[in-house]
Design a protein around this ligand. Structure first.
Ligand SMILES: [Zn+2]
Ligand SMILES: [Zn+2]
Length: 288
């Protein structure tokens, strides 16, 4: 298992309970490090992201926790930053000024409704269908291709340290409800995107939320993509995307197993403030 989590959400964005509650669980689980990464505020809109007026308090709360608990666990300050062209990116002023230890880039919105609001594809099945119909005139393939194009642009032009949940757009696609994940055009989009990630030297997250929340039966991304990622030598990091302190390492054993099956022996974690390859360790077995 990987003894670190870099991706979770507290009540500063859409998670439950305080950053300190997450940290206490991380200390109880004897993690080497814990990274805070609430949703960054999105200017001009309110999407369950952090409110702009709460950003300063969030950043200083993480600093306070570093002071108070820094001798027991390594603590890092980050944000999960959306890429919405013209609205927010890693180059946005409030992100640059946040002085983050590391950055996570994510795409949760694909283009805009006619009223100018970005299409958040994961809110509900109805919202997914609305976006396909109103933003992409019913063309699901065009929507998918645009989603992956946005990730490629984000990685190529803004270089986050890590790209979150590569194929999050499949969240509501259980049983291939909207598109065939095995289709060669779809897989080619994923592969093209991983080529850009490999080229940029960006870490790819293996996000376990889909697995432990039972959205799907696998991680974002799943095994077939990880097999190719391994061939491309893409560094990976296991992230829980927890929205409750109890979930900070949920699904990590599963993700470790899948990674080992496809040939990974290490993940990259922000240990001592540097991204380092660390061996995947077997889960500890306690005997009485
Ligand atoms: Zn996300
Ligand atoms: Zn997240």
């Amino acid at each position: 298992m990987q003894l670190a989590n870099h991706h979770a959400h507290s009540n500063f964005s859409d998670g439950r309970l305080s950053p300190e509650d997450y940290l206490k669980n991380a200390i109880d689980q004897e993690l080497l490090l814990y990274g805070f990464s609430d949703h960054a505020p999105i200017p001009h809109a309110d999407f369950g992201a952090m409110k702009m007026e709460d950003l300063a308090a969030y950043l200083s709360e993480v600093d306070r926790l570093k002071e108070q608990y820094g001798d027991r666990i390594q603590i890092y300050k980050s944000l999960e930053v959306d890429y919405i062209p013209g609205m927010i990116s890693l180059e946005s002023r409030h992100i640059k000024e946040a002085d983050l230890d590391y950055t996570i880039g994510a795409v949760h919105y694909v283009d805009f409704f006619p009223d100018g609001r970005p299409w958040g594809f994961e809110a509900s099945v109805a919202q997914f269908e609305r976006g396909i119909n109103e933003v992409f005139q019913g063309d699901v393939k065009a929507a998918l291709m645009r989603y992956y194009e946005l990730i490629r642009i984000m990685v190529r032009d803004y270089r986050p340290d890590m790209v979150a949940h590569l194929d999050r757009i499949k969240k509501l696609n259980k049983g291939d409800r909207f598109f065939p994940e095995r289709a060669s055009w779809y897989r080619e989009e994923v592969i093209r995107t991983m080529e850009v990630i490999a080229q940029a030297g960006v870490i790819m997250e293996v996000n376990t939320k889909s697995f432990y929340k039972k959205e799907l039966e696998e991680t974002y991304p799943g095994k077939w993509a990880l097999e190719i990622a391994r061939e491309m030598n893409i560094p990976v990091n296991i992230g829980s995307d927890a929205h409750h302190p109890d979930d900070i390492t949920k699904g990590f054993d599963h993700a470790s197993r899948v990674l080992q099956e496809v040939g990974y022996t290490t993940t990259k974690i922000f240990l001592d403030g540097i991204w380092q390859e660390v061996e995947l360790v077997k889960p500890m077995i306690y005997t009485t």
